[in-house]
Design a protein around this ligand. Sequence first.
Ligand code: PSV
Ligand code: MN
Ligand code: MN
Length: 406
Amino acid sequence: MKDKAYVLFEEQQLARGIDVNHVKQKLAELKIETPSWGYGDSGTRFKVFQKEGVPRNPFEKMEDAAVVHRLTGLAPTVAIHIPWDQVDDYSKLRSHAENLGLRIGAVNPNLFQADEYMLGSVTNSDSKIRRMATDHLLACVDIAKETGSKDVSLWFADGTNYPGQGDIRKRKGWMQEALQEMYRALDPDMRMLIEYKCFEPAFYHTDLADWGMAYNMALKLGEQAQVLVDTGHHLPGANIEHIVAYLLDEKRLGGFHFNSRKYADDDLIVGTVNPYELFLIFYQILQGSMDEDEGIRSGVDKIAYMLDQSHNIEQKIPAMIRSVLNVQTQYAKALLVDHEEVAAAQKNNDVLAAEHAVRRAFEFDVTPLLHAVREEQGLPVDPMEAYLNSRYTAEIAGRGKGGASW
Ligand code: PSV
Ligand code: MN
Ligand code: MN
């Protein structure tokens, strides 16, 4: 029997002309990749806190990720970070993931922790260090081929702290050279996702500081190079949904690293501080999914939704469950936007009506809808409660403290 609250919700949406079955179908298709490093211990520059039960290796990270997916139905892939997740045999890690009902997602080369990279990796003025960094990029492409991953996501800590410290234009050329070499190593069905970040750890200039620079590199490389929008990597006040719409229209929006931020790259649980921003990002994407240009529509289908979070003070698995549920909630709300209503208001230049048509979708309570969707998929109606009532935390306590960092 249908829940009363759901019946009411369905009636309300039907009266607005929203096709609830279509909304449910879109919700069933939503997939969010979780990051292996979000299951490990992490902290700030002040301290890394060690928690009990944290995975000790990449295999255990997959086991925790499988729990998140089993309870939410939302997270079938896991991003890995190399060398944090280095193993002797990647086919073993792949089959371990597959036996747990998961797949390995994006491969993230780590180009910021070796001592050699203090003054840059692919943009270092020392050609030997640039070679070392480019070789690591190539090694990560090979790993992706072994794990069956189609995306290699690139974030560079490269930049300078002082005017004159580096030759900005030479560094730009070195970045392009390294990316070009890596691009040539990709199989035709693989993508390079290029992340940008306005500052940190370098504070004077970052070699790929914003979406325009990442987009420019992608354009020079070719269609398999796309931009990755990390929601924590913008200066305060940036209109991220505008960037999203622009890249989508240019067919270069490759994916997201979702997280919440208040001040900078805080890497907090997505949707906690700025849920409306997340909703507005999905509003732009869903509008793109109805575009008459097939290229834009298929671009929407290929967007990789990934989390990029570090859980410093939270329990890792519940933090990940909360995160994917928060994304699902804002996506559900965005699915309730009546795009015809918005278009009509725009046509009449009715500013307030247009704003109202968008915001009202955000204001609906989608809890009954999400409960119904989970029930239909045989999932726990409240995945967080199901986790907290499960024995998993007790089971992994046997791992003790001192698990993997990041
Ligand atoms: C550092 O800013 C960062 O958070 C980037 O967003 C990367 O995607 C992530 O670390 C993993 O390397
Ligand atoms: Mn990121
Ligand atoms: Mn970041």
